[in-house]
Ligand binder design. Structure first.
Ligand code: MN
Ligand code: MN
Length: 298
């Protein structure tokens, strides 16, 4: 830009998310936390890598004919989280998300590992008592503990169930978990759609009018298009399937909080996984900007 002030401060936000906090409806924030990752860490680098790499994207979406330059999104940057003290890190995430919710804005969290979803859901649940969850993932995440630890990315959805109770958690794309987790779910505790997004429209119809927190563990994607994640699981969905499903959820539900987690940039040096996550993020942000309940636009 030729007319740019040469003395501007160097402030990097996610592409096109430069609106001030007060004027924004959506607040993006990063939680660079991967302390409980069971296999390969690296998700702590996701939000900052996404922010830097976002400049490789266009702000314009040919999918939705919308532009991030017109969107009102505040990028709150990455939280400074205490490594080695999981409860304290989670408390700090919850505190930030509570502030956003109390200001009647939508908190959009970038992980980090999936455990960061727990404090974000707690913050939203404090304001929305009848909260429901739509959860895309390769994994059940329903263990009661992992290696003796009740707070893990393998237990996160079980901890959310502790808060919400039976029948309020809707899981899609799931293709991995301990036998005990599957059997526990079947007792009526959560709804699991194996492998794909079949039944998504029916779920959305059933949740009409209710507040929904939408959490996407990006390992729901097939590792062939998304290798940059700590626990890759073959047999996943395609980019187009995930994009379509995510936009269907956002258009059809009353979304009051959401997140994208489990991108691990160091595990895909090609950068393709980060680029894939960014495109999903751009489309979700744009879709959240428009009025809901327009399924005919899909
Ligand atoms: Mn997963
Ligand atoms: Mn997960």
């Amino acid at each position: 830009m030729s007319n740019q002030n040469p003395l501007n401060r160097n402030i990097e936000t996610f592409l096109g998310c430069e609106t001030e906090y007060e004027a924004s409806r959506i607040v993006l924030y990063g939680a660079p936390f991967d302390s409980t990752t069971s296999y390969r860490p690296g998700t702590r680098f996701a939000s900052r890598t996404m922010r830097a790499e976002s400049y490789g994207l266009e702000t314009y979406s040919p999918y939705q004919d919308m532009d991030l330059e017109d969107a009102k999104i505040f990028d709150g940057g990455d939280l400074e989280l205490c490594f080695g003290d999981t409860p304290r890190a989670l408390a700090d995430i919850e505190k930030f998300a509570r502030r956003v919710v109390e200001d009647h804005k939508l908190p959009f969290l970038l992980g980090g590992e999936h455990l960061v979803t727990l404090p974000a859901v707690k913050a939203v649940h404090a304001a929305y008592d009848d909260l429901c969850i739509i959860h895309f993932d390769a994994h059940t995440d329903l263990r009661d503990e992992y290696l003796g630890n009740p707070l893990s990315h393998a237990t996160v959805i079980r901890r959310i169930w502790d808060l919400l109770g039976d029948g309020r958690i809707h899981q899609f794309g799931i293709r991995s978990g301990e036998r005990a987790e599957w059997y526990w779910s079947r007792e009526g505790h959560t709804h699991i759609q194996k492998f794909n997004f079949t039944g998504l429209q029916e779920t959305i119809a059933a949740l009409r009018g209710r507040p929904v927190y939408f959490t996407i563990d990006l390992d729901v994607l097939d590792p062939s298009c998304f290798p940059g994640t700590g626990t890759p699981e073959a047999g996943g969905v395609t980019f187009q399937e995930l994009l379509r499903a995510a936009l269907t959820v956002i258009r059809g539900c009353n979304i009051v909080g959401c997140d994208l987690v489990e991108l691990s940039p160091p595990l895909d040096p090609s950068g393709a996984s980060t680029a894939t996550a960014l495109k999903i993020l751009r489309e979700m942000l744009l879709c959240l900007e428009k009025p809901f309940l327009k399924p005919e636009q899909l």
